[in-house]
Design a protein around this ligand. Sequence first.
Ligand code: COA
Length: 256
Amino acid sequence: MSVFVEGLFAGKTAFFTGGTSGIGLGIAERFAELGARVVLVGRNEEKMTAAVEGLLRRGLRASGHACDVRQYAAIEEALMQSHGEYGPLDFVFAGAAGNFPAAVTGMSANGFKAVIDIDVLGTFNTYRAAYAFLRKPGAVLVSISANHAHQPMAMQAHVCAAKAGVELLTHTLALEWGGEGVRAVCVTPGPIDGTEGMRRLAPSEEARRRVCEASPLGRMGTVREVADLAVFLCSDAAGYITGATFRVDGGGSAGG
Ligand code: COA
């Protein structure tokens, strides 16, 4: 059962980078179920088309664009097309992210840069280009971060640096755009089952077991649990919340 009322986001438009799979798609689906028109952006055209068709088949309102968030002109074009179709944006999700496990000595400068570019530059490009199309007042920006932003992790220096950058960038926008009625928040999922991130970081049953054991709740989270936090943060119930980060990690970060 959901605590959120049907039609909560009727008449609203939500734009998602990294929206064609995993957490991004799960949040988009939930927003569409609650009445929003959703725009999915991803690098892979086939994945994007399949994700959009999946939502349309369920009678939900969705469209999509294949583009790389590292290319400012491409993301700006996607936003212009979204505006032509649905009008001003109520919610913008910056969820496009890169990750691979590698020690600093096992990573080239280009490998480090690839993740910084997708996460930090991609988030900047998305919000910078979206600024002209935001509903003001009322728009909400939501960045999908990770515990990496607050805690150093071996084999993840590139992601730690990138997620810390994403969070400070997002919180700075809360300051710069707050006067125009735009809120900006970060959501920090812990280990979420069924995502590409978990497939990469915990590829074996043994690794999955260790991840669950490290969680105070003894399990991984679900995409739906992340989506429910995002719904709350975009609802009027969160009207005085901005410039803040919210964890949905089963308490995994509580022990450091
Ligand atoms: N270990 C070390 N270096 C790696 C690596 C690994 N496992 N995987 C990629 N790299 C390096 C490449 O060698 C390359 O560096 P080089 O040119 O010096 O050889 C650099 O990263 C860029 O790789 P490339 O495959 O050309 O980049 P891309 O832009 O196509 O892909 C990545 C970006 C590397 C982040 C890729 O992992 C990706 O596409 N990720 C998106 C999906 C994802 O990570 N989802 C999970 C999010 S939590």
